[in-house]
Design a protein around this ligand. Structure first.
Ligand code: 2P0
Length: 326
């Protein structure tokens, strides 16, 4: 009853920030994301009759109590009536909880490993629904390439669907620019609930989403990089406007974040096409095409405060592996 899985992170081009139903994790709007190569979580799960309690290790350490409760609640959904306890060992190959979608890759890998360990052979759609119960954005990491989370209205119709596989747009690049490896102070779950409750901009944000979804779907269909990048950047800024106007304010950016944003604008003025997007953290992800990646990276690496850059491409779907972590 032991299985392992690897799942990649995903970065949203049309973002998810707010739940209609917190228990079922039903979002206010559809979101579209790119599953990226190179940033992944590797997880091994074993259900064992001899275990007295669930044992959970992330990156060789015990996890905090809130995360532990969240994972156990999720395990209880998967193991239903059985009282089998699990040993879980998980590793991210990138900083955890700093705005690089570690909960997306984490819960996608856990969903696949845990269901395989219990011999449940679920379809992608079923896996996506289940991963959503762990963390909303995880439902998109079940797929490779580009996918859309259909917000749905209930537990059974809220899941992601693939738009295109990873090889559809091989020149697409997402450059991950790390500006800190510290964990964020406001976790996404608490932050988005606070935004929905207090930001006067929240309704306006929702009013613009359908248009952004249409533009991103069209941009993908026509491989229109300009439309894709412009829409993703503007969608990101609108989401951050709701965060900044939350009470108390949620400002995820640091000075380096803004320096990178300014450099992206400058590069664009010089004819090097690229766009930024940021999530619940200060890291900047730059969307560009392969022919410009080296020029952009050269400029970004010169910025004081940039700790690290990783070049990613459209990534693989979540998959099982025979490499067990224990
Ligand atoms: C996204 N983010 O669409 C957005 C953009 C962060 C900003 O999904 O409460 O970790 O577990 O459902 O999925 C982060 O939220 O939150 C997120 P929960 P999750 O990628």
């Amino acid at each position: 009853m032991k299985s392992s899985a690897i799942a990649n992170s995903n970065i949203a081009l049309v973002k998810y920030w707010g739940k209609q139903d917190k228990e079922l994790i039903l979002p206010y709007n559809n979101s579209i994301s790119l599953t990226i190569s190179d940033l992944h979580t590797h997880t091994t799960v074993e259900f064992n009759e001899e275990l007295k309690e669930d044992q959970i290790t992330l990156n060789d350490s015990q996890i905090d109590e809130t995360s532990r409760k969240q994972i156990i609640k999720f395990l209880d959904i998967i193991r239903k009536d059985s009282d089998l306890k699990a040993k879980i060992v998980s590793k991210n190959n990138f900083p955890t909880a700093s705005g690089l979608a570690s909960s997306a890759s984490g819960y996608a890998a856990l969903t696949l490993a845990a269901t395989k360990a219990l011999n449940l052979n679920l379809t992608k759609e079923e896996l996506s629904k289940l991963a959503r119960r762990g963390s909303g954005s995880a439902c998109r990491s079940i797929y490779g390439g580009l996918s859309e989370w259909q917000k749905g209205t209930n537990n059974d119709d809220s899941f992601a669907k693939q738009i295109e596989k990873k090889d559809y747009w091989p020149d697409l690049r997402m450059l991950i620019c790390t500006t800190t490896t510290e964990e964020k102070k406001t976790k996404s779950r608490a932050g988005m609930a606070q935004t929905v409750a207090t930001s006067p901009m929240y309704k306006s944000w929702l009013d613009t989403i359908e248009n952004d979804l249409t533009n991103v779907r069209t941009a993908i269909k026509n491989k229109d990089f300009t439309l894709l990048g412009k829409t993703a950047e503007s969608n990101c800024l609108k989401m951050h406007a709701t965060m900044i106007t939350t009470e108390p304010p949620i400002i995820y950016w640091n000075p380096t974040t803004i320096k990178i944003m300014k450099q992206v604008e400058l590069l664009r003025e010089q004819g090097i096409e690229c766009y930024y997007t940021m999530d619940a953290g200060p890291q900047v992800k730059i969307l560009c095409l392969k022919n410009n990646q080296e020029t952009i990276l050269e400029k970004i690496k010169q910025i004081d405060g940039v700790i690290n850059t990783i070049t990613t491409k459209p990534g693989e779907p979540a998959k099982t592996t025979e490499q067990h972590l224990f």
